[in-house]
Design a protein around this ligand. Sequence first.
Ligand code: PDD
Length: 284
Amino acid sequence: MSRIAYVNGAYLPIAYATVHIEDRGNQFSDGAYEGITVYDGKIIDLVPHLARLRRSLSELRISAPMGDAALTQVIKEVVRRNRTNSAMIYMQVSRGAAKRDHAFPENIKPSLIITCRRLDFAAINARVKSGVKASSQPDTRWSRCDIKSISLLPNILAKQAAREKGSFEAILVDSDGLVTEGSSTNVWIVTPEGTLVTRSTDDNILPGITRSAIIRLARDMQMPIEERAFTVKEAKGATEMFLTSSSCCAQPIIAFDDAPIGNGKPGPTVKRLVEQYRIFMDAQ
Ligand code: PDD
């Protein structure tokens, strides 16, 4: 892969693609981002990703760097220049570069960077087959997790703590003992009665684009769904547990804090959802 990035109007080899040292993304995490999958040459769910970015920017009072049509062209051009058909597009908008001052500088222009990295679908498929382990971590994030902010310190610390325990993902748990979401994923369980449960997006979690697609697919398959919070204890007693995100599709969890989930193997519900999600991606 040739690795070309887009930075504020220019397409450059990644090694030469740089932002200003006083970019507020760099100094304050003052920005928002999106991660979008390219599968078999198709940009998956681009419209909802652009809509979520626009919403994050508007909540942060950052102006959009360009309109959606122009942004779509730039994204497609980055993918084309990277000559890839399986990738993760990373798109970040910061408030821009200015002399360091917490308050918003006047007349600042937002910075836009876009990179595109190969996504290893073989590794994703292997994890779908094998399932992954997860471990609980306290959710120490702020109260606006609905915004896809680039400020991710609590997420990366939780992910690292989980990795050091041999887990693929950290399952974040709030002060009431309720699961919120993963450090970079949404979390789902299947109850012993066969109901699919995931936390409601009214509840200070990221409204995942993959989460919405999975809800639509599950409804089409007449699976019972509840959008509500669940405890760690309920998750440990679930017959299935899984994660969703643009970069991991739907990944079965086979052990949570070393307790096996169901029979300790990926269950039938997540398998059916992954199959349907593949069909959905193929149809884009
Ligand atoms: N993460 N929850 C959090 C905290 C996330 O960071 C993500 C995405 C999700 C899933 O959202 P979506 O289905 O729209 O990808 C849920 C991306 C992939 C990342 O940070 O790289």
